[in-house]
Write a protein that binds this ligand. Structure first.
Ligand code: ZN
Length: 81
């Protein structure tokens, strides 16, 4: 989906607000924490929705972390805007 300002929550139909969220992935061999991810967050039920591009970007970050085999990796979603 596209991340837009007037996106309504698919779970409850509530209004969403674009804000930053944190995503944690357990790789088994380690944990990756990605901070400052832009997401549409529902003001009613609190569900978080990510855009398609954001999901792809996250997958890339997780793949990179797997290759590095670090135990704990904490990264900002985008260091530069
Ligand atoms: Zn909702």
């Amino acid at each position: 989906m596209k991340l837009v300002d007037d996106f309504l929550c698919p779970s409850c139909g509530g209004q969403t607000q674009v804000d930053k969220t944190t995503y944690t992935v357990d790789l088994g061999s380690g944990v990756v924490v990605v901070r400052r991810i832009p997401a549409a967050i529902c003001t009613r039920c609190g569900d978080e929705w990510l855009g398609d591009e954001t999901v792809q970007e996250l997958e890339g970050i997780v793949e990179d972390a797997k290759k590095r085999r670090s135990q704990t990796e904490i990264v900002d979603y985008k260091a530069s805007p």
